[in-house]
Design a protein around this ligand. Structure first.
Ligand code: ATP
Ligand code: MG
Length: 302
């Protein structure tokens, strides 16, 4: 595919999977097995398309870095085994590591619990010119913490502030914080990798049955699966309350890994293209400087 075709594919994917009307969003109407953002594309063509997309992403990132104005924050949330790690690995494979950082957020440490819940993410926000990837994020605070409300009692929050509708307040905090970041040049795109319960089971069994994948399997993952419906409710509420025009959620079908990867790559390419990136323009003074440096180097001979 040429660059123009990749761009229009990316735009179509972004349009298809961005949640533009969050108030009426229903997770049930999203098919984890769907591939309809890419009409006519077969699994066999996917490898080539992903390679072309990754090449284009690398060019865009080079300009992002040179221009040094915008930063990109990509947030990934999903149930276990939905493929977050694989997406991050494949989509970012062509990117210059100097301009990209991945942060994984697990259960908070003692030091982290001594601060407000956004503190640890704020410290990891991407500097201008770079891409930051959050593998899980502050959204866990309205997901796992909502499913296991008892976690709140370990967060050292003054008890008088533990209101009944604390998650409603958190949605507001998060929306405000993201809007603030947008206004300062951080472009946020959020991805929920929507895997089905049946596919998760298949992937867990595969991890159990394949020695090379044993390390990926954790018994707690099977326990968390028992709360599947509560997690789905929490994801739905989260998306309804925090998908905004400046920082939209995308619900990406995740039962087919090849499709998930292309969809995410396409949406990132579309996002970067929308910024009108270009290399910084060089003024007369700088051109004269370059000329002088060239002459000086030429005088040295070879
Ligand atoms: P993988 O399983 O592929 O290695 P992962 O992202 O699931 O990746 P784990 O170490 O298995 O990594 O899990 C991290 C765990 O930390 C998740 O269960 C998540 O819910 C939990 N977690 C993340 N943030 C918070 C938080 N703020 N409060 C409580 N638990 C959290
Ligand atoms: Mg896990």
């Amino acid at each position: 595919m040429n660059d123009g075709e990749i761009l229009s594919t990316g735009r179509a994917l972004a349009k298809r999977y961005a949640i533009e009307n969050p108030k009426s969003f229903r997770l049930q109407s999203c098919d984890p097995d769907g591939t309809d953002g890419l009409t006519g594309l077969k699994k066999g063509d996917a490898k080539e398309l992903l390679e072309d997309g990754v090449r284009m992403l690398a060019q865009q990132q080079d300009m992002l870095y040179a221009q040094d104005h915008w930063s990109i924050l990509l947030i990934f949330q999903a149930m276990d085994a939905a493929g977050k790690d694989g997406v991050i690995k494949h989509v970012m494979s062509g990117i210059n590591p100097q301009g990209c950082e991945v942060h994984s957020f697990k259960a908070p440490s003692t030091e982290e619990l001594d601060h407000d819940y956004l503190w640890r993410s704020t410290r990891r926000l991407p500097p201008r010119g770079t891409i930051g990837i959050f593998n899980r994020s502050y959204y866990e605070e309205v997901l796992v913490v909502r499913v296991h409300r008892e976690i709140l009692t370990h967060q050292k929050i003054p008890p008088s502030l533990l209101e009944k509708d604390i998650f409603e307040s958190r949605y507001v905090d998060i929306r405000n914080m993201e809007e603030y970041l947008s206004r300062n040049g951080t472009v946020i795109r959020k991805f929920f990798l929507n895997v089905s319960k049946a596919e998760q089971r298949k992937r867990f069994l595969d991890r159990i049955d394949t020695p090379e994948k044993h390390w990926k399997f954790s018994a707690t993952d099977v326990k968390e699966r028992q709360h599947w419906d509560q997690y789905m409710d929490s994801y739905e509420e989260m998306i309804r309350h925090t998908s905004t025009p400046n920082s939209p959620w995308h619900v990406i079908p995740a039962d087919n890994k090849w499709f998930t990867r292309i969809a995410v790559a396409g949406i990132i390419i579309d996002t970067l293209a929308s910024l009108g990136l270009h290399y910084p323009k060089v003024d007369e003074g700088r051109l004269a400087q370059l000329k002088e440096a060239r002459e000086s180097l030429m005088e040295e001979g070879s």
